[in-house]
Design a protein around this ligand. Structure first.
Ligand code: DOR
Ligand code: ZN
Length: 346
């Protein structure tokens, strides 16, 4: 039995670091686990310009422990009035790494999102020309579509046309949750990839209703049936270069989750690598963990691989019930459970 795994230092290709006191409370968790992370721009107000992204990056760096070399990679929140020149200039200057497409009202702080992809055609054309990745929250928001079908319908109604219209655009289908998404990504060209979260690999939709309503298992896209979880596990652990690590760690303070209208989001940053390692071990695929966590992402983005290494030891890790944060607390993913791997501290 393998008792330790040493891999290149991993990156997180999808994380919510928030702002203000919450940023100060959570940034160190991601910085301990990962060398770099793609930082989501769904602040309130959203990060829509390169100037805002530069200022947000400075706030993230200021929130990190003094000895941290963590590198935040910034994204632009696309709106109907997105400015292609500013986005291209921000990308050229290294401020933006990618741009994020939230269909309007799909999730937390997405009210300013894109109402129709037709409104951002010139931006997508420019991104295709300059090789700037488009990160997609792939859910339709039409009220007649069942919440569990929103991702599958998005593929049919929006994603297929978008990719046909911009065949060279680099597209990351974020936090995929369905068999249909896996099939779509598998058959698409090498310019189409996907991130997969730890929670969608561990839980199916029953987790939200286990003995009562479980708000800490609620996120968007919502977890689906078991057959979809199994398809995601197969994709993530397959060794395919199209799939890479993106935690979608999304902290909300405990009262915002445990409420009559609880927020969507699962906070998995503190034990993300331990959580992914458990899945890879259960699937007999620990030898593919490094590709998923540390190689496929940078190769897709055209960024250098991290040179340093990290080690996971077989050692029981208890996940606390709650973590203090910003004068309140957050319930982490898998709270109260114990995992078999532990990421060594540097
Ligand atoms: O569950 C989610 N939480 N999904 C998202 O897309 C956004 C995120 C958040 O920002 O809380
Ligand atoms: Zn997200």
């Amino acid at each position: 039995m393998t008792d330790q795994i040493t891999i290149r230092r991993p990156d997180d290709w999808h994380v919510h670091l928030r702002d203000g006191d919450m940023l100060k409370a959570v940034a160190h968790y991601t910085a301990r686990q990962f060398a770099r992370a793609i930082v989501m721009p769904n602040l309130s107000p959203p990060v829509t310009t390169s100037a805002q992204a530069g200022a947000y990056r400075d706030r993230i760096l200021a929130a990190l422990p003094a000895d941290s070399d963590f590198q935040p990679l910034m994204t632009c929140y696309l709106t109907d009035s997105a400015d292609a020149d500013d986005i291209a200039a921000g990308f050229a200057a290294g401020i933006f790494t990618a741009a994020k497409l939230y269909p309007a009202n799909a999730t937390t702080n997405s009210a300013h999102g894109v109402t129709d992809v037709a409104n951002i055609q010139s931006v997508l054309g420019r991104m295709q020309d300059i090789g700037m990745p488009l990160l997609i929250h792939g859910e339709v928001t039409d009220s007649d579509i069942d919440i569990f079908d929103r991702e599958a319908v998005f593929i049919e109604r929006t994603l297929k046309d978008l990719i046909a219209g911009f065949p060279e655009l680099k597209v990351v289908f974020e936090h995929i949750t369905t068999q249909q998404a896996v099939q779509f990504v598998d058959q698409a060209g090498p310019n189409v990839a996907a991130t997969i979260t730890p929670h969608h690999l561990h839980i199916n939709r029953n987790a939200m209703f286990q003995g009562g309503m479980r708000p800490h298992a609620y996120c968007l896209p919502v977890a689906k049936r078991e057959q979809h979880r199994l398809a995601l596990r197969q994709a993530a652990t397959s060794g395919s270069s199209k799939y890479f690590l993106g935690t979608d760690s999304a902290p909300h303070e405990i009262h915002a989750k445990e409420s009559a209208c609880g927020c969507a989001g699962i906070f998995n940053a503190p034990y993300a690598m331990e959580s992914y390692a458990a899945v890879f071990e259960e699937e007999g695929a620990l030898d593919h963990l490094e590709a998923f966590a540390s190689i496929n992402g940078p190769q897709f983005y055209g960024l250098p691989l991290n040179e340093d290494m990290v080690t996971l030891h077989r050692s029981e890790t208890e996940i606390p019930d709650i973590l203090p944060a910003a004068g309140t607390s957050i319930v982490p993913f898998q709270s109260g459970e114990s995992l078999v791997w532990r990421l060594a501290t540097a």
